[in-house]
Structures are given as structure tokens and as C-alpha cells.
Design a protein around this ligand. Structure first.
Ligand code: ADP
Ligand code: NA
Length: 330
């Protein structure tokens, strides 16, 4: 029996991924890669919606791919590739844009948020059509499931609508994908501002735990994490967002229940708890960091792996695209 197909990706928008990307995405991807025929993409075309230096861009793309592999995404078991290496993504995006309503695209809340933040001058058309490119990413691979965070739910709905619209107008070319909204998945918050999502594109990185940080830098950030004055290691998102966030990280990486961590640190201060957490994070990230740096030491080999995987991706994507061209009369 063939395995159901899974698609996911991340933007190469920083030199390092952060612990939220690891806990919220990479750990799941790693677990899912055996039960699914998984495609994991470094979505560099999406990252073009943000200005960057070309050399930096190239480097961030390589680094992101290296971190996928270092975190346990195996390019022999999963198709791990760079989006722009498969031109079908851009080609299908154009076709899908012609069946996307202007008003429909305008209702995407992520675009509304981003364009409000950037202002009219910094908002580009690519940001507006971003969800159409995302639909193309997913639909090219006849994807059955897309593991995503809550914030991407609307984009997956659009993807489904576009697939159904195309299929009913021109004949079935696409699998209609199901979102798997990762409810149980922990959302990780900024250590300095524990009500804001930790992000690799945060303005300040004082509260961001980078996968590629030196262990001492990671420990320092954890020791400085914002807590509260109660002095009790107890989970309560409402009144203790800082401590709760640290507990969630601890639980996700150690596999322990939050209650058992609370017990372990009962009667001890935040200093002890933070030291314990720093050990948990550093021991998880140390091998990941070492492996990523080793991969980045041999960029030619990494590029070879990525090129090979892009070839595998293109085989599937090109088949879908050829069918679409045929059905639409091109
Ligand atoms: P970032 O905000 O770091 O740029 P992205 O928006 O590129 O992250 O998301 C990449 C993946 O990482 C997505 O699957 C997203 O759900 C996950 N992710 C990002 N930040 C977090 C977080 N703080 N907590 C949990 N998951 C996260
Ligand atoms: Na981002």
C-alpha cells in the first residue's frame, strides 16, 4: 500500500531556526516521515517577499536545509528540497492565481496583518499572492495532509477551495488536502516577552533560543528569561506566562509531563529550574548543532543532496503540472 502524502515547509528567513520551529514543526516532521511519503521544502520563493541580500539569501537557504537534516529529517526517507529548484511551483502558482478571486485573496488575515505592519510602500504583490503560491506548493504533490499551525488554517482552506474549483471546472487534477492542525503541539513564546510567539524574524533576539547558538549563549538566555515574583514552578498561562512557557519547552524536549516537572522542582527556586531547563535544551541541541555545522562544512555535498531531492520532487510536480496544462488547454 502506498503511504499518504504529506507536505510542509519553512521559510529560510534567518541563519538559524529557533526552538519554536523545532518543537512546533521539526519534531513532528521527524516523527511523521515514516508513516507518510513526506515532502519537506525550504520555501525560498516565499522568502522573497522580504528584502534580503542575495548572498545572505543563498546562505540562509543552505543553513535551513542543513538544520532540517540535523534535526532528523533524512533526505533518503523524505524528499527534502529547495522550492525554487522546482520551477513548477511558480508555474502552477500563476495558473491558480487566475482562478483565485481578488476579494477571496484580500480576506486572508495574514496579508492584512503583514501589510498593516509594513505599510503600503513596503507591501509587495508577492505578499498578496503568497497563499496562492502556498496552494501551488501543496497541490503539486497530490498532498493528503498538511501539518500546520492554527495561523495557517485559512491558507489551507483557500488551497482546498482552489483544488475543488479547478477539479470541478476542468476535471480532477488535484487531491484535496486535509489540514492537520497541531492542537496538542506546543506554541513557544519569546523568553523576554512570554505572550508573543517566539519567531526567527523577531525584532530583538534576546528572548529567542536559536538552534545554532553556542551552549553558553543558550544557557544565558534561559537564566535571563522573564518569570514572576511568586517563586513557584507551576503552570498557569494566565498569571505565569513566563514560567509556563519554560515548562512547555522542558516537557516537549524531555518527554516528561508538566506535572512531574512541577513536582521535581517543588520547593526549589527558579534558578534551579532554569539550570535544569538549560541542561535539557543544550543536550537536545548540542548534537543537532554539531551535525548542522558539519553539513555546512561541506556545502558541495549538501548541494548535491538537495539537487538529487529536487529531482525527485520535480518528477512528481511535473506530472501534476503537465496534467493541469493539458486540462486547461495550454
Ligand atoms: P518564524 O516565526 O520563526 O519565522 P515560521 O512562521 O516560518 O516561523 O514557521 C515555521 C514553522 O515553525 C511553522 O510550522 C510554525 O508553526 C512553527 N513555529 C514557528 N514559531 C513557532 C513557535 N513559537 N511555537 C511553535 N511553533 C512555531
Ligand atoms: Na516567519
Amino acid at each position: 500500500m502506498t503511504k499518504p502524502r504529506l507536505y510542509s515547509g519553512m521559510q529560510p528567513s534567518a541563519d538559524s531556526l529557533q526552538i519554536g520551529n523545532y518543537i512546533g514543526a521539526l519534531m513532528q516532521w521527524r516523527d511523521l516521515q515514516d508513516s507518510y511519503d513526506a515532502f519537506f521544502s525550504v520555501v525560498d520563493l516565499h522568502a522573497l517577499t522580504q528584502p534580503d541580500d542575495p548572498a545572505e539569501r543563498r546562505e540562509k537557504t543552505r543553513r535551513t536545509a542543513a538544520q532540517y537534516i540535523a534535526a532528523g529529517i533524512e533526505p533518503s526517507r523524505s524528499t527534502l528540497y529547495v522550492q525554487s529548484h522546482v520551477p513548477a511551483h511558480s508555474e502552477l502558482a500563476w495558473i491558480l492565481s487566475t482562478i483565485t478571486g481578488f476579494g477571496e485573496a484580500g480576506r486572508m488575515t495574514q496579508f492584512k496583518d503583514k501589510s498593516a505592519r509594513y505599510g503600503a510602500d513596503a507591501t509587495n504583490v508577492g505578499l498578496f499572492t503568497y497563499p496562492v503560491l502556498m496552494a501551488s506548493d501543496i497541490l503539486l504533490y497530490q498532498t493528503d495532509i498538511v501539518p500546520v499551525g492554527e495561523d495557517q488554517k485559512q491558507h489551507i482552506e483557500l488551497t482546498r477551495d482552489l483544488a475543488e474549483r479547478f477539479n470541478s471546472r476542468y476535471g480532477t487534477a488535484f487531491t484535496v488536502p486535509m489540514p492537520v492542525i497541531q492542537k496538542g503541539t506546543a506554541r513557544i513564546y519569546d523568553l523576554q516577552n512570554p505572550t508573543a510567539k517566539m519567531s526567527k524574524s523577531a525584532e530583538s533576539d534576546a528572548g529567542v533560543l536559536w538552534m545554532l547558538d553556542e551552549p553558553t549563549a543558550t544557557a544565558k538566555k534561559i537564566m535571563r528569561a522573564v518569570t514572576d515574583s511568586e517563586g513557584v514552578v507551576r503552570f498557569d498561562r494566565e498569571t505565569k506566562p513566563g514560567v509556563s512557557n519554560l515548562l512547555v519547552i522542558y516537557a516537549a524536549l524531555s518527554g516528561q509531563q508538566i506535572a512531574s516537572i512541577e513536582n521535581e522542582y517543588a520547593g526549589r527556586g527558579y534558578g534551579d529550574f532554569k539550570k535544569g531547563l538549560a541542561e535539557v535544551v543544550v543536550s537536545e541541541f548540542e548534537p543537532v548543532r554539531a551535525r548542522a555545522l558539519e553539513l555546512l562544512d561541506d556545502p558541495a555535498e549538501l548541494d548535491r543532496v538537495l539537487a538529487h531531492n529536487a529531482g525527485r520532487a520535480a518528477e512528481v510536480a511535473d506530472r501534476t503540472l503537465a496534467d493541469v496544462y493539458d486540462k486547461i488547454g495550454l
